[in-house]
Design a protein around this ligand. Structure first.
Ligand code: BTN
Length: 335
């Protein structure tokens, strides 16, 4: 009911009041029930003016990631239907896997697990992902795609593209992608993505795509300060005043993901997304070092192919680099 009340109050023109009677009619509940939900919203930090004989007016929204705040902003068909919110959790990826294991078949596909804080957030290559309360967005999309397991690594690139687009659309910042799946702003990382899969030889049980977005951090520990940034830091650097509401940003990213995922599933590869991905690829046309455990080499990054492999040109030959154990660095640093 809180989701619906927020939706209705947001649809109203700025400063306009929606009568209690109208809310009761649209929701099919009593005035007392509406009043109780409005009180809960106020307790959660919403400023809602209530005037007798006039009704309710939403004056301001807190920067929270609650289920009703996210769902009331979301314009998707199936992604984030439902949103599972946790004030604190070990890791949203781990929780998404627990949910997947408790559901049969395609059930749960599109579920989004989100948390204000993770106490055991995980990054790639066994690293930790620092997940302080209120600073970032930590969320995981649970997917149960009907496709060959060998296609799964491409989903990470789909997620990176969707996240970069969602960030740019909502913040106006120019975000780019460092192959395969870091989203960067101004040459520094703002987003990390961790994709995990449970599969049989020819059948996917589920895939969880976890994303951490640095939003309100004011600084980073010395070891990563040269390559990590937050959206607030970058907005400030450009002298922009925009205040980021994390639920609205998350909705923007999830909406982009739904569209990109559908294009990916239609082609069963990145054919429809490759051009846009390459246009955002920060390494494109640049000299890179490919850190392959089987042997390091250098060359010019030429963009990805429809399988998401990075094409690297070197001495007249083109090598296809797959993600996984390989990572790519700029010759002068992170990008
Ligand atoms: C990376 O190392 O770049 C990937 C970081 C992925 C972090 C996100 S935060 C939400 C989800 N839950 C986790 O435990 N990890 C991912």
């Amino acid at each position: 009911m809180k989701t619906k009340i927020l939706e209705i109050l947001r649809q109203a023109e700025k400063g306009a009041f929606i009568s209690g009677q109208e809310l009761c009619g649209q929701l099919g509940v009593s005035r007392t029930a509406v009043w109780k939900s409005v009180k809960q919203l106020k307790d959660a930090g919403y400023k809602i003016e209530a005037i007798q004989n006039k009704g309710y007016c939403l004056l301001s929204t807190p920067d929270i990631l609650s289920k009703s705040e996210i769902e009331s902003q979301l314009q998707t068909k199936w992604v984030g239907r439902p949103v599972c919110y946790f004030d604190e959790i070990d890791s949203t990826n781990t929780e998404a896997k627990r949910i997947a294991e408790g559901m049969a078949g395609a059930q749960g596909h599109g579920t989004v697990v989100v948390a204000e804080e993770q106490n055991a957030g995980r990054g790639r290559r066994g690293r930790d992902w620092d997940s302080p309360r209120g600073d970032g967005i930590f969320f995981t999309i649970l997917l149960k795609p009907d496709m060959d397991p060998s296609n799964a690594p491409m989903l990470t690139l789909v997620k990176a593209l969707a996240t970069a687009k969602g960030i740019t659309k909502y913040t106006g910042l120019e975000s780019a992608i460092k192959w395969p799946n870091d989203v960067v702003v101004n040459g520094k990382k703002v987003v990390g993505i961790l994709t995990e899969m449970s599969a049989q030889v020819d059948y996917i049980n589920h895939i969880v795509v976890g994303t951490g977005i640095n939003v309100h951090q004011k600084g980073f520990p010395e070891e990563i300060a040269a390559k990590a940034t937050s959206l607030d830091i970058e907005l400030k650097q450009l002298g922009k005043q925009k205040k980021i509401y994390r639920a609205a940003l998350l909705a923007s990213v999830l909406e982009e993901f739904e569209a990109c995922y559908e294009a990916f599933m239609q082609a069963q590869d990145l054919s429809f997304l490759m051009e846009e991905y390459n246009s955002l690829l920060v390494n494109c046309g640049k000299e890179v070092r490919v850190l392959d455990p089987l042997g390091e080499f250098g060359g010019k990054a030429l963009g990805i192919n429809e399988r998401g492999e990075l094409l690297v040109g070197c001495k007249g030959e083109i090598t296809r680099v797959s993600s996984g154990e390989v990572s790519v660095r700029g010759i002068y640093g992170y990008v």
